[in-house]
Design a protein around this ligand. Structure first.
Ligand SMILES: *Cc1c(COP(=O)(O)O)cnc(C)c1O
Length: 798
């Protein structure tokens, strides 16, 4: 159906009539989108079935990736690219007078994630399928993904996201594979045949209905599965409050929690976690039992990977099934469980380490809680036997302590592998945050530096640059990212560098049009496009960027003849709706933007824009148009970052701290092709431990800082009273926990150097090329190969 243009057109027209009950001339763009989507789904269905048959026949190991988030974005064009039919379809549609870009606009982003963690899961799925690896995702089919952000009078306003409003062409609802998930009730222990058995009684059940989406590999026959679970009522009890039950059940898959580093501790969130885990494990075991009579060798054929601690209840859930349903003794069940589960840690921020109060946990999941208690007791006994009398060690490491269940501790104790997401992050885990666990289980700890689906972030997002690369080094970089290093041969090829510049400018023009359309601000593509797009967080330090912009503005005002290399500062960021401080920063960015953009003394020297509703599809238009990538987190705080990699592969130069994967970027491109500044992680951690930082000293001794910080509260911004006092206080009263003022001077200095470097076009393009050429390392294909070889033990199956 996609073999050539004519057959595509033929099929498309026939199917459109069948599917929509309209003639082509009456059809809407949405009808056309639905038609194309259903064609792709049908086209892959054979490969999808065969992939599963191949996996079963091979009897090898399979991995199941459990993640509470998947930030997929749009799928239409990526699927066409991966199937190798994009050109045929685009040309065929064109002859029918249809613009593929316009159809793509109709697709909603599947925004089932907050940021980096959910996007990583999406990138991993792409790489698993593209490498023909037997790996599937399990997640929740949230009815509403991450909220839609509007900016009104400079403030963030949240609207519910509605990606399912016109259905989801990619999914198949599989009612026959539904499973039941029990909550509440009580546990009864009884002796039966000389064995203590447990019954979970008076439960409230929720039905989990899988919706499967095909995950199509890049130019392979492999189609893996992303299984998203929908929560539905099981039975309507006659006497109970039917409506209440229906509402409560459905609410489990209603909303994605919009906070990416802090768990609210709400019961619904814990329900979501257990819902995901219980449904997924039941389904995994159902498949497993088709081939294996017992679960004795489960860990040799199945690996269950938990993306952060949100799915950590996979551990007690698997124990429960093995013991209560399969009749295993504790020791054997523990052996199987521990060797089946692997775990990725995503953060060392203490506020982000999940813990659940027993008073919420125990009533909701009584049997699971009993098992966690037993795991904890046995673990503490083991610790006692190693170091009798060392109560401190036991209370530090215990899974249950101070009336909380510590999810990261459960994850480490109940798994065979614990990995960090960048070299520095893993070192901090081993040497500091989880040091006591590292001493106990050194063999479990390992590093897997994150990566990105570069076929989305370069091939799809930046088609012009992609063609230039293919013309230069041939097409095989699209499946072997490391071949991008061949571009280093063009470092001194001025024709090539000129083409690179031209493409960058075209992409900047495309973004400039979007900026004008969305914000009314006209920006010059000759300026440096200096971009910070990511979630809004104190530790990511959008504030450092803003204070520096305010400082530049002050300089221009004081000396109108002051010449600077023109800059457009571009921001995009969602703040968690309950994160008061982050919302203040958004208001500050917009207030500064308003003032600067309308000051005739500034003119085109500086523009500041905030693009609302940052998400995957917008990101795809931003990275290709960026000159400077802002990665300025307080060192030690950003576990890896993946935005930094997307900028790099699109030729932006990084201004960054020595944090997360920035360090590995620096190793690859060399110190002269990146702009680093600021405290190191060791210095930051030393200050946290030993004190010695006084933000007021920096305020008093640096006029630039004092001026900008005072402007937050001295009426400098018309019409905003006391608005920014909390920001002022965070810097001075609370002693600037994120070292914004401490790093200000070195940041301002490196920014000046960036301006100078940019004026040397040839030099800049050469640096840009080096970044593109070295970015292949950050392909998630590389990351996934490492997971497959070192952790999961799965093999490619063609
Ligand atoms: C990559 C990505 C992120 C993560 O960005 P960081 O800069 O690594 O925090 C967040 N949101 C979206 C939409 C992304 O594409």
């Amino acid at each position: 159906m996609f073999s050539n243009k004519a057959s595509f057109k033929n099929n498309f027209l026939k199917r459109l009539e069948m599917l929509c009950g309209k003639s082509f001339s009456e059809s809407s763009a949405r009808d056309q989108y639905q038609t194309l989507g259903s064609m792709i789904r049908e086209f892959v269905s054979n490969d999808w079935i065969e992939t599963n048959e191949r996996y079963l026949a091979a009897q090898g190991k399979q991995v199941y990736y459990l993640s509470i988030e998947y930030l997929l974005g749009k799928l239409l064009r990526q699927n066409l690219i991966n199937l190798g039919v994009e050109e045929t379809v685009q040309a065929g549609l064109k002859e029918l007078g249809i613009d593929l870009d316009e159809l793509e606009e109709l697709e909603s982003d599947a925004g089932l994630g907050n940021g980096g963690l959910g996007r990583l899961a999406a990138c991993f799925l792409d790489s698993l399928a593209s490498l023909n690896l037997p790996g599937h995702g399990h997640g929740i089919r949230y009815k509403h993904g991450l909220f839609e952000q509007k900016i009104v009078d400079g403030y963030q306003v949240e609207l519910p996201e509605q990606w399912l409003r016109s259905g989801n062409v990619w999914e198949i609802r599989k009612l026959d594979s539904a499973v039941k998930v029990p909550f509440w009730g009580k546990v009864e222990a009884k002796m039966e045949d000389g064995r203590l058995v447990f019954h979970h009684l008076n439960v409230e059940t929720v039905t989990a209905v899988p919706h499967d989406m095909p995950v199509i590999g890049y130019k392979t026959q492999t189609v893996n599965t992303l299984r998203l679970w929908n929560a539905e009522p099981t039975q309507f009890p006659i006497h109970a409050d039917v409506l209440k039950y229906k509402r409560e059940t459905e609410s489990i898959s209603e909303f994605l929690y919009p906070d990416d580093t802090h768990d609210e501790g709400k019961i619904l969130r814990l329900k979501q976690q257990y819902f995901l885990v219980s449904a997924s494990i039941q389904s995994i075991l159902k498949t497993y039992r088709k081939q294996h009579a017992s679960l004795n060798q489960l860990n040799e054929h199945v690996c269950i990977h938990i993306n952060d601690t949100h799915p950590v209840l996979a551990i007690p859930e698997l124990m429960r099934i093995l013991i209560d349903e399969e009749g295993y003794e504790w020791e054997q069940a523990w052996h199987i469980t521990k060797n089946t589960i692997s775990y990725t840690n995503h953060t060392t921020l203490s506020e982000a380490l999940e813990k659940w109060p027993i008073h919420i946990f125990q009533p909701l999941l009584p049997r699971i809680y009993m098992i966690v208690e037993e795991i904890n007791e046995r673990f503490c006994r083991e610790l006692w036997e190693q170091t009798p009398g060392d109560w401190k060690r036991i209370s530090d490491l215990a899974i249950i302590a101070d009336n909380f269940v510590k999810m990261a501790h459960l994850a480490i104790v109940g798994s065979f592998s614990v990995n960090g997401v960048a070299k520095l992050h893993t070192e901090i885990l081993k040497k500091r945050e989880m040091n006591q666990f590292y001493q106990l289980y050194p063999e479990k700890f390992n590093n897997k530096t994150n990566g990105i689906a570069y076929r989305r972030w370069l091939l799809k997002a930046n088609p012009k640059l992609s063609s230039l690369i293919t013309d230069a080094i041939g097409p095989s970089w699209m499946s072997s990212a490391e071949e991008l290093t061949h571009l280093l041969n063009f470092q001194n090829d001025s024709t090539f560098l000129d083409q690179l510049l031209k493409i960058k400018n075209d992409n900047k023009q495309r973004l400039a049009d979007i900026i004008l359309d969305k914000t009314g601000v006209k920006v010059d593509t000759g300026a440096i496009f200096d971009v910070q797009v990511k979630r809004l967080h104190a530790y990511k330090r959008q504030l450092l960027n803003v204070l520096h912009i305010m400082h530049l503005y002050n300089r221009i005002k004081e000396d109108p003849s002051y010449s600077i290399v023109p800059r457009v500062f571009i921001f995009g960021a969602k703040a968690s709706p309950g994160y008061y401080y982050a919302k203040k920063i958004i208001k500050l960015i917009n207030t500064v933007a308003e003032q600067i953009n309308n000051d005739p003394r500034v003119g085109d020297k500086i523009k500041v824009v905030f693009l609302e509703n940052y998400r995957v599809s917008l990101a795809e238009k931003i990275f290709p148009a960026s000159d400077v990538s802002e990665q300025i987190s307080t060192a030690s705080k950003e576990a890896s970052g993946t935005g930094n990699m997307k900028f790099m592969i699109n030729g932006a130069l990084t201004v960054g701290t020595l944090d997360g994967a920035n360090i590995e970027i620096k190793e690859l491109v060399g110190p002269s092709n990146i702009f680093t500044f600021g405290l190191t992680a060791d210095e930051v951690l030393h200050y946290y431990q030993h004190g010695g930082y006084q933000s007021r000293e920096y305020y008093h001794h640096d006029y630039r800082i004092r001026q900008a910080v005072d402007q937050l509260v001295n009426g400098f911004f018309a019409g905003v009273n006391n608005e920014f006092e909390p920001i002022f206080d965070s810097l001075l009263e609370e002693n600037d926990q994120y070292f914004v003022l401490k790093d200000f001077a070195s940041y301002a200095k490196i920014q000046e150097q960036i301006g100078e470097t940019f004026t040397d076009k040839a030099q800049w393009q050469k640096m840009s090329l080096t970044n593109i050429a070295q970015a292949g390392y950050f392909s998630s294909d590389r990351t996934i190969r490492e997971y497959a070889d070192d952790i999961w033990g799965i093999k490619s199956l063609k």
